[in-house]
Design a protein around this ligand. Sequence first.
Ligand SMILES: NC(=O)c1ccc[n+]([C@@H]2O[C@H](COP(=O)([O-])OP(=O)(O)OC[C@H]3O[C@@H](n4cnc5c(N)ncnc54)[C@H](OP(=O)(O)O)[C@@H]3O)[C@@H](O)[C@H]2O)c1
Length: 272
Amino acid sequence: MSEYKGKTALITGASSGIGAAFARELARRGMQLILVARSADRLRQLADELGAQYGVRVEVLPLDLGTDHAAERVRAEVERRGLAVDLLINNAGFATHGPFEELSAIRDHEQVTLNVTALVDLTHAFVPQLLARRGAVINLASTVAFQPTPYMAVYGATKAFVTSFSVALAEEYRGRGLRVLALCPGATDTAFFDVVGSDSMAVGRKRSSKQVVATALRALKCGQSVVVDGTFNALLANLGKLAPFALAARVAAFITRPRKSPQPEAVAKRTR
Ligand SMILES: NC(=O)c1ccc[n+]([C@@H]2O[C@H](COP(=O)([O-])OP(=O)(O)OC[C@H]3O[C@@H](n4cnc5c(N)ncnc54)[C@H](OP(=O)(O)O)[C@@H]3O)[C@@H](O)[C@H]2O)c1
């Protein structure tokens, strides 16, 4: 994708955090947007704000991406509205945190469905048009992708999947006009930690969603297939990659081991 202006981005998880920051920056660059998440009101509010501020077309598509055939419904709806996608940003995702046996099996299933299955399904749904339009895909991974992550074992594994999947696709499509980027933020200041129920596992000072988006768009321009946001996070990710797997997991456990019993309200949020 050489230019943003007049092209169309589809962003999942656009109702808050990193997804909303992508929406703001891409609207500023003149892109049309299709915003997907479950919170219809928040999407509508953002769409109205960006449409008024930048004069771009912003469509909202309120949908639970964890439901059956969600990706196909998104593709059909995009077509029905007469749009085609140049930039797909698979951003919707969440984490669970705690001793594995204490976590909700249903919630972990939902996590794999959203972080992995929906992301693969959406990529399948849009790759033909992305190839034809010489577009791009940005998939949200994480710095946890670089080492096993005890107490966030499922989340870490989903993000390792996303990174491996994205870099593999980047290689498949190299020279065919479609770019694929795995974006790996470290701790970022969003609602993510409210959903997790704790931010005790966040390492270093949290970065802003705006910084994460800037890192992604720079990396996309340079043709990178994977990027870690922030120098400190990149250093930690490299250490994680260098250490033997089991040792890296043991070190990670020091950071991610739950510090105290979760508050009742945090548990309620986790299982909502
Ligand atoms: N924040 C961090 O420290 C951090 C670090 C590394 C990676 N990440 C990754 O960055 C991505 C964005 O997270 P964030 O930090 O911006 O968190 P966030 O503010 O909680 O945003 C998550 C987004 O996903 C949407 N979402 C959740 N479940 C959904 C579902 N079933 N169907 C459709 N949309 C759904 C949410 O909207 P609704 O609730 O309206 O559906 C929301 O827009 C995630 O993939 C996360 O794993 C975050």
